[in-house]
Design a protein. Sequence first.
Length: 384
Amino acid sequence: MSTLRFKAVVKASERVPVDVPIPDKLPSENFGKYVFNRTQMSKYLSKETLKIVLEAIDQGGVLQREIADHVAAGMKMWAMERGATHYTHWFQPLTRGTAEKHDSFIDYINGPGGGIIERFPGGLLAQQEPDASSFPSGGIRNTFEARGYTAWDPSSPAFIIDDTLCIPTVFISYTGEALDYKTPLLKALSAIDKAAVGVCKLFDSNIKKVYSYLGWEQEYFLVDEALYNARPDLNLTDRTLMGHESAKNQQLEDHYFGAIPPRVAAFMREVEYEAYKYGIPLKTRHNEVAPNQFELAPIYGETNLAVDQNLLIMILMEKIATKHHFKLLLHEKPFAGINGSGKHCNWSLATNTGIGLFTPGKKPTENLMFVTFLVNTLMAVYKH
């Protein structure tokens, strides 16, 4: 035990960057490869179905059961052509990260004892009934009231991880209370849209909808797995609980925007390659302030989709970090005495006519709508 850390340091120092093959296609050619996005919908859905689905995504609204059947058939065909054998309703319970229960596409043709066939009707796409008794509920119901429902969120596209079609969903109780983080977010986006459109119409009657946009930044630490395994506190809590500060922290301010270490650069490249396949437009990568701290950030996107992409990128980062013999630390304060990791949220509003509501005009006389929304936002933050 007395030499464990010395051995870990030696092992970490002997690591070399993992070879990451350069894709033979441009990022734009691989972008969204594993996502049932609008491009894929246009190939697998009829024009009538596609029009109704896109209207539901862009304007909000409820899809009829027969439309869900058409979408499910196209989605299943697309997924199975890419090797998917299972599907899951991918939701965000009141715990860390995401939750999922995998079901296969198979079903009996003519009842038990017969052959099987792959089926995925619209009912399975639209709604599932997972056991909600073991998820946090904030005390709104008793443990034995187990029933909960996941319901499809059409505004966030389905995607494939390994052999599983992942369908973003909300998670609610039998009586309709939210048991997740997505439901209140969707309600908030709807409320902002409704309130903002009312204000916008005072300036321009052509404005019909206001979209919320989010550009997140994900900070993280990378620790060699040998050093990580030598620390029980890191293993159990993802942060250090004991020990002395290192001799050199961030006092010299030489890590921020510094040259990226080769092992980390290889990790970053593989994360980017995978992210592009999932339609996540990663734009920036760099060293952060603290030693072994780094950051990645995408181009901004619609808020609901951006949140789902952030959850997905954290899953991808953890998997890829293991491949590179790293342990990914996403805890907000894993080490005392140095900077913690934040998740900056660059938020904005824009109209369906392309006007950025937080973008000032070129002339003072064009700034009235900008000033109105700036003042309203500051007051909303102050009040709430």
